[in-house]
Design a protein around this ligand. Structure first.
Ligand code: NDP
Length: 244
C-alpha cells in the first residue's frame, strides 16, 4: 500500500459521506467528494479536508447520470494523481406503501443506489492499484426488514451484496478488496435522530441508540486501512444490534 493515498467519496457533502471524507483525510488521504444539490456544503467539507493538511476536491456529479459518475472517478484520478479508495456512499431513500411506488421511484432508486455503484466501481477498477479498496454503504435493511414501506430501498441495498461479492472475485486477483459497510439508523438529514420514526428505530436496537456518523466512518476507515487487507466480499454491519 503506497504511503500517499487518494479517496473518492460519493455524496460527501453531508451526513455519512461527509464524516467518511473527513475521517479518511484525518487518516492521511487526499479526498474528492461528489455532491448533487449542495455546493456550499461540499465546499465546507473541502475546506475542512484542506484544514487537515490534505487536498480536497468537490465534484458536482448526480449519481443518476451515468456519464457524470464515470467522469467523477476519472477526474479524481486526474486531479489528485490516482485513486486508492472508492467509497460508494451517495444514496436515496424513497419509503412508502408498496401500492404507491411509481415506476419513476423504482427507476430512480435503482439508478442511484445500484447502477451508479456498479458504474463507479467499474470506472475505479481502471485506476485502483494493488491494495485498492471499494467500500459501498449498504444498509441493515438489506438483510432484515422490520416493517412495511421499505421494499424498494431494501431491494436496492440487497443488490449491493451480490455486486460486492462479484467485485471481490473480479478484482481479488489484482489485490483489490470490495466490501460493504451496512449502517443501521444513523443520525443524518435522511434519518434524523429526533424525527417522527426515530423512537421506534431506537427501541429496535440492542444498544438503545442511533449511530453517530463517525461510527460508520470508523468502519470505513478500518476496511480502507492496512487492517482490512484480507477482508473482501463481505458486509460489516454497524447497526447497534438492530438485526441481532
Ligand atoms: P443524507 O441524505 O443525509 O446525505 C446524502 C448525501 O448523498 C449528500 O451528500 C447528497 O448530496 C448525496 N446525494 C444524494 N443523492 C445524490 C445523487 N443523486 N448524486 C450524488 N450525490 C447524491 O444521507 P445519509 O448520509 O443518511 O446516507 C448516506 C448513505 O448511507 C446512503 O447510501 C444511505 O442509503 C445509507 N444509509 C443511511 C442510513 C441512515 O439511517 N442515515 C442507514 C443505512 C444506510 P447533496 O448534499 O448535494 O444533496
Amino acid at each position: 500500500m503506497s504511503a500517499k493515498r487518494i479517496a473518492l467519496v460519493t455524496g460527501g457533502s453531508r451526513g455519512i459521506g461527509a464524516a467518511v471524507a473527513l475521517r479518511l483525510a484525518r487518516d492521511g488521504m487526499d479526498v474528492a467528494i461528489t455532491y448533487v444539490s449542495n455546493p456550499d456544503r461540499a465546499k465546507e467539507v473541502v475546506a475542512e479536508i484542506e484544514g487537515l493538511g490534505r487536498r480536497g476536491v468537490a465534484i458536482e456529479a448526480d449519481s443518476a447520470d451515468a456519464d457524470a459518475v464515470v467522469a467523477a472517478v476519472d477526474r479524481t484520478a486526474q486531479e489528485l494523481g490516482g485513486l486508492d479508495v472508492l467509497v460508494n456512499n451517495a444514496g436515496i431513500l424513497l419509503a412508502g406503501p408498496l401500492s404507491e411506488l411509481s415506476l419513476d421511484d423504482i427507476d430512480r432508486t435503482l439508478t442511484v443506489n445500484v447502477r451508479a455503484v456498479l458504474l463507479a466501481s467499474q470506472a475505479a477498477a481502471r485506476h485502483l492499484p494493488s491494495g485498492g479498496r471499494i467500500i459501498s454503504i449498504g444498509s441493515n435493511l438489506a438483510t432484515h426488514v422490520p416493517g412495511p414501506g421499505m421494499t424498494l430501498y431494501s431491494a436496492s441495498k440487497a443488490a449491493l451484496i451480490g455486486m460486492t461479492k462479484g467485485l471481490a472475485r473480479d478484482l481479488g486477483p489484482r489485490g483489490i478488496t470490495a466490501n460493504i459497510v451496512a449502517p443501521g439508523s444513523t443520525d443524518t438529514d435522511m434519518n434524523p435522530a429526533d424525527g417522527p420514526g426515530a423512537e421506534a428505530q431506537r427501541t429496535g436496537t440492542a444498544l438503545g441508540r442511533y449511530n453517530h456518523v463517525d461510527d460508520i466512518a470508523a468502519a470505513v476507515a478500518y476496511l480502507a486501512g492496512e487492517g482490512g487487507r484480507n477482508v473482501t466480499g463481505t458486509t460489516l454491519l454497524v447497526d447497534a444490534g438492530t438485526n441481532a
